[in-house]
Structure formats: C-alpha cells, structure tokens
Design a protein around this ligand. Structure first.
Ligand code: C5P
Length: 302
C-alpha cells in the first residue's frame, strides 16, 4: 500500500489509569487470567510527538519530564528499542498496513513505570491511534483494537477513548461506563516497582467474588459511600506479599482521612478516593511530608 507521509508534526496525550475494581476470576489455558475490572483514566499524561523523517525508520527518543516530587529517586531509564511498546506498536501498524513510511517519535514520560497505571499500554494505544492519523492509514477502530490486543491486555481500554469502562476477558473486552461527575484521587508510588507477571503468579483466582456490575452501579452515585466500600483489587494481597513498600503505603493510607484507598493494577501505585480536589491536595501534602517518594493529585477524565 502507498502511504502519503505526513509533513506536519502531531502531538498527542496518553493518560494514566486507575483500577477501581479488579477481580481475578480464573486462570486460563493460555496462561492469562480472566478479569473483571473497572478502569478510569486520570489527568496524568505522557506526551507523544510524531514528526516526519526522510527515512523509513521508526525512531524513539524518551525525555523524562521534570518531577515536583522531591523525595523520589531518579527513575530507571526507559528503553528506546523494540522492548518499548511504542516501537512495537509502530512496527506492528506499519507492517499491518504495508507502509514504508518512517517517523521520529518523542515520548515525554510523566507516568511512572511498573506502577499499575498503564503508562506503557497508554503510550502504545496513543501510538496506534496517532500513527493511523499521521501516516493517513484510515484503519478502523476495530482493526486498531485487534492490533492492540496482540500487544497487551490493557491497550484496548486506552484506544477506546472512553474515560471509564468495565474490562473483561484478558482486559481487552471493553464496556464503556458513564459516570455523572469526576472522581478525585491522591495517587502515591514508592520508589520500587513490581512485575505484572510476578504478581499474577502469586494470585489465587476467585470464581465467586464480588460483582463488577454492582460496583459499576455504585459509580452512578459517587457521593455515596457504597462505591468506596466496594473498592476491590485481588492483586493487592499478592503484591504486598512481594513488596513491602505497598504494604507500607496501605498502612499510611489507613491513617489518612480519605474516603477509601486501594492499590491500582498490579502495583505498586496506591490511591485514595477524595471528596474534592482540595481534599486530595491536603492528603497529598500529608503524604509528601511523610516522605512518600511520588505523590500526585488527580481526577478522572470526563
Ligand atoms: O497483556 P500484558 O502484556 O499486559 O500482560 C503482562 C503479563 O501479565 C502477562 O504475560 C501475564 O503473565 C499477566 N496477565 C495475566 N492476565 C491478564 C493480564 C496479564 O495473567 N489478564
């Protein structure tokens, strides 16, 4: 296929996510786990810049955005080769579309890695959607979703463009949810990260656990404390058994006057649900004063 390479640069934002509910239903024959999870994207973003190049190569440069978190250690370097999902997504789309176009990608990283906030998955989804536009490929949402599921379980959520959804199966079956108002959070991450496969390996699935539908219903009344009571993450206990920092964060959040708190995804990030952005700001100040390395005030995207 002949593609008209773009002559203009394109900038896109890739949001982070939080899992408000995550039930591990069963282990599957392919080694993955069937999940029932509710994900919401939050206003913490990586930035991707796609620029034209004369070459047919896909290249990636990663810039770490400066952080206001004084207590945090410098983050581990992010790879720029094919171990980065951005390169894998670009190569997969290029191959699928039979394109010979190249692109220079700059990724400005703000979402912490190995943190359960879906940063790599969101970057990959944004690369698929961004390059579809940048290379004028006109691939459908369904085609991009199929490519997304080849790259990772969470990528379809970010591709869908909905801010909140129930995700089932491996995580790739998306049912968008409308929530009436923004939710407010304080998000914290220790200096250490966790490997997703390692956490899943420790997990004992539970076929008869809490209902994701009931949780989704409770989101329609976020002022209602029912939603907070139903927060659930089946990966939290396995993550705590592998990483003491997560346990310590839980203990710190236990002492904070937040509405409720939970680890997100496979960790290590942890969030508190707050009544307002002001409340979240006050909780953030307390966590920073207690020496928590990375703290961010966030709200769900609308
Ligand atoms: O799909 P993704 O690359 O994000 O998954 C990373 C790893 O997490 C998988 O290799 C698997 O070990 C585990 N996983 C799982 N069940 C899922 C999602 C991820 O077991 N639904």
């Amino acid at each position: 296929m002949l593609c008209q390479p773009s002559t203009c640069a394109l900038t896109m934002l890739a949001p982070a996510k939080l899992n408000l509910f995550l039930r591990v239903v069963r282990k599957r024959a392919d080694g993955f786990h069937d999940l029932e999870t509710v994900m919401t994207s939050i206003n913490l973003f990586d930035t991707l810049l796609f620029e034209p190049t004369d070459s047919s190569e896909v290249t990636l440069r990663v810039v770490m955005a400066s952080s206001q978190n004084q207590n945090s250690l410098p983050p581990a370097p992010i790879p720029t080769d094919s171990s980065n999902l951005v390169i894998r997504a670009a190569q997969l789309l290029k191959e699928y579309a039979g394109s010979s176009a190249g692109v220079k990608i700059t990724l400005v990283k703000r979402i912490p890695s190995a943190a359960g906030m879906g940063g790599g998955s969101s970057d990959a989804a944004t690369t698929l959607a961004g390059l579809n536009r940048f290379w004028n490929l006109s691939r459908t949402r369904e085609e991009l979703s199929e490519l997304a599921s080849q790259l990772g379980s969470d990528i379809g959520f970010f591709l869908g463009g909905c801010s909140t959804a129930i995700c089932r199966g491996r995580g790739e079956l998306i049912e968008p949810l409308r929530i009436p108002t923004s939710l407010h959070f304080v998000v914290a991450r220790p200096n250490s990260g966790l490997s997703t496969p390692a956490v899943f390996k420790q997990c004992r699935p539970n076929e008869s656990g809490a209902s994701v539908e009931e949780f989704a219903k409770s989101l329609q009344h976020p002022g209602n404390c029912r939603m907070v009571r139903l927060l659930l993450n089946d990966l939290q206990a396995p993550a705590e058994s592998l990483n003491d920092d997560v346990k310590q964060l839980r203990q710190q959040f236990n002492k904070l006057p937040v509405l409720g708190h939970l680890m997100t995804g496979s960790g290590t990030s942890y969030f508190g649900v707050c009544a307002s952005s002001r409340h979240a700001g006050m909780m953030a100040a307390r966590l920073r004063a207690a020496g928590v390395p990375w703290v961010h005030v966030a709200r769900s995207c609308s």
